[in-house]
Design a protein around this ligand. Structure first.
Ligand code: FMN
Length: 371
């Protein structure tokens, strides 16, 4: 099919990934909470935002860099933390790390990555942040934070929107769990997707790589419900580096976090994987920006599918944004070449959108660019 294998937009990456991945893995990555109404609503909210096209502005010299914590990043977006990325294709964690090194952007490594955090920060040439989950009584999480500090991580992202793991029916229908339990249904699924299955078999099924030697047996579905403001204060006191709090949708919480010592807040609905009834995070971003004021670092992820979305998020108050699923789809579709191809597309889309709205950089974007 002519042109059918190329990635011209993130939807192409998703379409190609859907063909290659076992249904169980595709639905694990693509799925969202409940009826997935929240995911649809956020996409609709993003689509409904209209940008103001401007004319006769000299936009011939456009700069796609962005500033995060006083440092220039080589691109206006980074990599959101995603657990068990190597399920999209073996070696995915390291592909993302190399991408981060090349573009000098943060690769947020998940607590439940399938590559050890030490290996990733080395491959990312320091451009890695460590994402932390609270679980159990929080003692194991503290141990993991210490391991991250020893490994050289300067930025920790505490994810606070998973008091319990959300119910994602698409994931549940396939009986997705780690390690896999392979019944007849899964066997057929894997057999019908031989390229993925053979590659994964050869590389070995992904495991959770950050718990060896820290005396902490992490359970993906263990309750994380005991995290509270007191524990947050303990973590703040114990962690000497920058602390980003991810998964905030409420302006009151955002303000309290700012006052409690968070260095930045990441407005996110976890890609709509947690609370189906959550407000569209792109709308929460504007409310939270208004609450915390100008100058406080606000990051954004959830539902971003292209460069126009990037520009919309900056215009709505973000200081930096992160892509999630679409990067996994690009790797599932075409491995590292697919990832680099999609990244190039996202950069080009962002650059062209800047030109259309009469801006030469993401730093120049603000509410004025919204129609
Ligand atoms: C397969 C998958 C696994 C994820 N794992 C984590 C995780 O381990 N930690 C975390 O903070 N967020 C995790 N997230 C949420 C992402 O960091 C991010 O919030 C979300 O993917 C953004 O939405 P988008 O995929 O629509 O861009 C995960 C998301 C996906 C799709």
């Amino acid at each position: 099919m002519m042109g059918g294998g190329e990635i011209h937009c993130s939807a192409d990456a998703r379409r190609l990934a859907r063909r290659k991945l076992p249904w169980m893995i595709f639905d694990y990555i693509d799925g969202a909470a409940g009826e997935e109404h929240g995911a649809d609503l956020n996409r609709a909210a993003l689509r409904d935002i209209r940008l103001r096209p401007r004319c006769l502005v000299d936009v011939s010299r456009r700069d796609l860099s962005a500033e995060v914590f006083g440092e220039r990043q080589g691109a206006p977006f980074g990599v959101a933390p995603m657990g068990m990325c190597n399920l999209s294709t073996p070696g995915a964690d390291l592909m993302l790390a190399r991408l981060a090194a090349k573009w000098r952007v943060p690769h947020c490594l998940s607590t439940v990555s399938s590559t050890p955090m030490e290996t990733v920060i080395e491959a990312a040439e320091g451009h890695a942040w460590f994402q932390l989950y609270f679980s159990g009584d929080g003692a194991g999480s503290m141990k993991l934070a210490r391991r991250a500090q020893e490994a050289g991580y300067a930025t920790l992202i505490l994810t606070v929107d998973v008091p319990e793991v959300g119910r994602r029916p698409r994931e549940l229908r396939h009986a997705f769990r780690m390690p896999f339990r392979i019944g007849l249904k899964q066997f057929v699924d894997f057999a019908l997707h031989p390229e993925w299955s053979l590659r994964t078999l050869r590389a070995g099924a992904p495991t959770l790589a950050n718990f060896d030697g820290v005396d902490y047996a992490f359970d993906r579905t263990e309750s994380r419900a005991a995290a509270d403001w007191g524990w947050f204060t303990n973590l703040r006191d114990a962690w000497p580096g920058r602390l980003v709090v991810k998964g905030v949708l409420d302006a009151e919480d955002a303000l309290r976090l700012k006052n409690a010592g968070a260095d930045a807040i990441q407005v996110s609905s976890h890609g709509s994987r947690q609370l189906d009834a959550a407000p569209p995070p792109i709308l929460a971003l504007r409310r939270i920006r208004a609450a915390v004021g100008e100058g406080f670092p606000l990051f954004y992820d959830s539902g971003l599918r292209g460069g126009e979305d990037v520009v919309k998020a900056y215009a709505a108050g973000a200081d930096f944004v992160f892509f999630g699923r679409v990067l996994q789809f690009a790797m599932a579709a075409r491995r590292e070449a697919g990832l680099n191809a999609l990244w190039g597309v996202l950069l080009e889309e962002t650059s062209l959108t800047l030109a259309q709205v009469g801006a030469c950089s993401v730093d120049a974007l603000g509410p004025d660019n919204l129609a």
